[in-house]
Design a protein around this ligand. Structure first.
Ligand SMILES: Cc1cc2nc3c(=O)[nH]c(=O)nc-3n(C[C@H](O)[C@H](O)[C@H](O)COP(=O)(O)OP(=O)(O)OC[C@H]3O[C@@H](n4cnc5c(N)ncnc54)[C@H](O)[C@@H]3O)c2cc1C
Length: 229
């Protein structure tokens, strides 16, 4: 939203790397004015998520007053971490919701569209992908609720939050794909909305982290396997 934002949240290194133990230390968070004489923002045209514009942002010689510091100096990265797990759960929930919307459209169409004298939903070739989509969406939703419950209880939820993001992303995408296919040629038409859902469902597979980063987290933190890089 950089085209209209008044404020920007910035993380910057305030203690040089060689003076801290870990790279995650010595970074500070600032909530400061979006000074357009020092910050440029260019819209990135994209395939979906158009309700929120995305920008490529360049910051040059921006001076930030000390009073714009958030919390304690040098702890910025740890404050950001607080938001990462809920963001993953959010993406899982978003994707499950999108998948459910697509599934509802596909189910309605499969009941209404009659070919060779009967609704196409009576064919298992149409019905089974939709049934599988329901199963996957419900499972992803349970994992998202598990992660959210752990987070709300103030407990560690990294594994579950990452897993829910992965499961939600895949389940949402599969449901949207099944919905497009169940509509046949009409699935490609804008009129039925499922092509839009299908495009939107890509986002939870890419952001806020790639699937591979989820696998890294699970393999390293849960399974105790060595880093692969
Ligand atoms: C609409 C949108 C909004 C966004 N908003 C924000 C935002 O507000 N703030 C922000 O910080 N970021 C934002 N992002 C960025 C997003 O978090 C990243 O695009 C995402 O984490 C993927 O990282 P990357 O683009 O660097 O891809 P990369 O990590 O470079 O991945 C490129 C490709 O390689 C694959 N890959 C990566 N690692 C491996 C591996 N080990 N093995 C095999 N394949 C691998 C990936 O799956 C992908 O296909 C946004 C992205 C989008 C699309």
């Amino acid at each position: 939203m950089a085209q209209r934002a008044n404020k920007i949240l910035i993380i910057a290194r305030t203690t040089p790397r060689d003076q801290v133990r870990k790279a995650t230390e010595g970074l500070s968070l600032f909530y400061t004015d979006f000074d357009r004489s020092r910050i440029s923002a260019t819209v990135i045209p994209k395939m979906g998520r158009k309700a929120v514009e995305s920008n490529s942002v360049f910051i040059d010689n921006l001076e930030v007053p000390a009073e714009d510091l958030v919390g304690e100096e040098g702890r910025g990265f740890y404050y950001l971490l607080e938001g990462l797990n809920p963001e993953r759960v959010l993406f899982a929930a978003e994707s499950v919701g999108l998948g459910r919307a697509a599934l509802a459209r596909a189910t309605a169409y499969a009941k209404e569209r009659v070919v060779f004298g009967r609704p196409i939903g009576q064919n298992q070739g149409i019905a089974h992908p939709l049934a599988r989509a329901w199963i996957e969406l419900e499972a992803a939703n349970l994992m998202a609720f598990k992660a959210a419950a752990l987070y709300d209880a103030g407990r560690e939820c990294g594994a579950e939050a990452n897993a829910s993001k992965y499961l939600g992303g895949e389940a949402g995408f599969n449901a949207c794909e099944a919905a497009v296919l169940a509509h046949g040629g009409m699935g490609y038409a804008k009129e039925y909305d499922v092509e839009r859902y299908f495009r939107e469902s890509m986002i939870a597979r890419i952001a806020p982290i790639s699937r591979e980063m989820v696998f890294n987290y699970i393999s390293e933190r849960v399974l105790g396997l060595a880093k692969s890089y």
